[in-house]
Write a protein that binds this ligand. Structure first.
Ligand SMILES: Nc1ncnc2c1ncn2[C@@H]1O[C@H](COP(=O)(O)OP(=O)(O)OP(=O)(O)O)[C@@H](O)[C@H]1O
Ligand SMILES: [Mg+2]
Length: 367
């Protein structure tokens, strides 16, 4: 077990900078995820921690040990990749035993260790099979077993579930979480799937454009996104981000569709325009409302227990989620509870903090 400190890490490939000044600490025993779009440098970061790539600047520490110049074999990390990289000609037993055979451990001990890991992963009855005789999920468990058998300081996992179909991915997600609770070993996980990151992690670092956009627990990332990138990246469907004109500065009043939206809890907004963010699940739709913002239903997608609704509000498309069925062409009113809205700087996209008014009431008035 180990904590990991990335101190001012910079990485370039020749003249192309992947990221700079990455500064964060992954706690001992933590399930920590790097989340970001394709090409943002997630795998590169994991490879730097594993020692498979060299940093261009900065230091990496495991606990207090500087491992920046240590080769991978000396770092005592186990990596699990997207492609399971199992040996096709070897049985499940031999695949899991492989790292121990290399260490030339005693045969009896190897058998004991493989059986221990196999029972944790529910592979006891599959030990004689070859990888081709396994399902995708079972193969992924064998790959995990091969990582676990070494009892590493740290697990590094690079999109380990992305080869699985949607249902299996959700099953394996829960298994991974159970495994982490059982083992308590530090896991550094990489994914581009925000739902996976939210479900698994104790903390998430969201990467984009070579920097950490936000590093926090899943709930904070969801409820207080640091900027419009994080706001739009977390949650499905993503947060609506609506450009609005500030028509009064103190207390701020925004122009929103046919309404003036007053934000009682915010201080003076010395800006001409702001982005107002609201999650689809936080919009309350009413057929009749004095305070709601008028809009027209465009598209209705049933999702079983709820409906995904595309609205058109004064030329702007907005997504909402409703338990009630509406029909295309219906006139509806959107109520935006003040405690559920987010404000972002128009120029920088950065979050503007404010304390919602205690009433939590919709603040629209007049038209
Ligand atoms: N060996 C290399 N030489 C040059 N450029 C590289 C090398 N490896 C990665 N890159 C570049 O660095 C950037 C980050 O790549 P990386 O593989 O870390 O992204 P990623 O976030 O893991 O993406 P994905 O989600 O698609 O796996 C990309 O622009 C990639 O093209
Ligand atoms: Mg990658």
């Amino acid at each position: 077990m180990s904590s990991i400190r990335l101190a001012n890490i910079t990485k370039s490939f020749r003249d192309v900078k992947v990221f700079e000044n990455i500064d964060l600490t992954i706690r001992d025993g933590e399930f920590f995820t790097f989340l970001g779009p394709s090409g943002c440098g997630k795998s590169t970061l994991l490879n730097l921690i594993a020692g498979l790539e060299e940093v261009s600047g900065g230091r990496i520490y495991f606990d207090d040990q500087d491992v920046t110049n240590l080769p991978p074999a000396k770092r005592d990390v186990a990596m699990v990749f997207q492609s399971y990289a199992l040996y096709p000609h070897m049985s499940v037993f031999e695949n899991i035993a492989f790292p121990l055979r290399i260490k030339k451990l005693d045969k009896g001990l190897i058998k004991k260790e493989v059986e221990r890991v196999a029972s944790v992963l529910g592979l006891q009855d599959l030990l004689d099979r070859k990888p081709r005789e396994l399902s995708g999920g079972q193969r992924q468990r064998v790959a995990l077993g091969r990582a676990m058998v070494r009892k590493p300081r740290v697990f590094l996992m690079d999109e380990p579930l992305s080869n699985l179909d949607a249902r299996l991915r959700i099953e394996m997600r829960a298994e991974l979480k159970r495994l982490h609770q059982k083992l308590g070993t530090t896991i550094v996980y990489v994914t581009h799937d925000q739902a996976e990151a939210m479900a698994l992690s104790e903390r998430i670092a969201i990467l984009n454009n070579g920097t950490v956009q936000q590093c926090a627990d899943p709930l904070s990332v969801y409820s207080r996104p640091a900027n419009t990138f994080v706001a739009a990246f977390i949650g499905t469907p993503p947060m609506n981000i609506i450009e609005t004109v500030v028509i009064e500065k103190s207390p701020p009043v925004l122009s929103l569709g046919n309404k003036k939206y007053k934000i009682a809890g915010a201080d003076t907004l010395n800006l001409e325009r702001v982005f107002l963010g609201v999650r689809p699940e936080d919009i309350v739709l009413k057929r009749v409302s004095r305070s709601g913002i008028e809009s027209i239903v465009e598209i209705v997608e049933p999702e079983g227990a709820r409906f995904l609704i595309d609205l058109l509000c004064d030329g702007v498309s907005i997504k909402a989620i409703s338990n009630e069925k509406f029909n295309p062409g219906d006139k509806v009113y959107m109520e935006l509870p003040e405690e559920k809205i987010h404000l972002f700087h128009h120029d920088t996209g950065r979050r503007i903090e404010f304390a919602p008014s205690p009433s939590g009431k919709n603040q629209t008035a007049g038209s």
